[in-house]
Write a protein that binds this ligand. Structure first.
Ligand code: SF4
Length: 133
């Protein structure tokens, strides 16, 4: 599931590009879900604004366990250009536990796919089915 917690939309467009047939992430088992109740992974873009904080928490709480969070872009990972703004709470890991960080402004689809592959490696390592990549 994709959630924009205050992004300028640059990262969101790269996520959409990642979902196109050109990058074909369905081959990795990645499908966009419209409901958090059907999602395993929350990919979050942008800094977290005051307005979005509670919505972001509510979306995360509705996801079934086990669940994972990927922060996409420099704003989600470290605040970037929005850091310190009056309406910004902070980066995503100040609100939710983040499993993988994908930096970049915006990150290219290849970097987003690399983040997903890293998450798959972490999940395998935690379940004892393989080495962490
Ligand atoms: S990282 Fe760059 S492209 Fe992404 S939301 Fe921030 S300013 Fe926009």
């Amino acid at each position: 599931m994709h959630f924009n917690s205050g992004s300028c939309n640059g990262c969101d467009i790269e996520i959409l590009a990642t979902l196109t047939p050109r990058y074909d992430v369905e081959r990795l088992g990645v499908r966009l879900q419209g409901s958090p109740r059907h999602a395993d992974v929350l990919i979050c873009t942008g800094p977290v604004t005051r307005q979005a904080r509670e919505r972001l928490r509510r979306v995360y709480e509705q996801m079934p366990e086990p669940k994972y969070v990927v922060a996409i872009g420099s704003c989600a990972t470290a605040g970037s250009v929005f850091d310190g703004c009056y309406n910004v709470v902070g980066h995503v890991d100040e609100v939710l536990p983040v499993d993988v960080y994908v930096p970049g402004c915006p990150p290219r689809p290849e970097a987003i796919i690399d983040g997903i592959v890293k998450l798959l490696g972490q999940i395998r390592a935690r379940s004892g089915k393989g080495e962490e990549r």
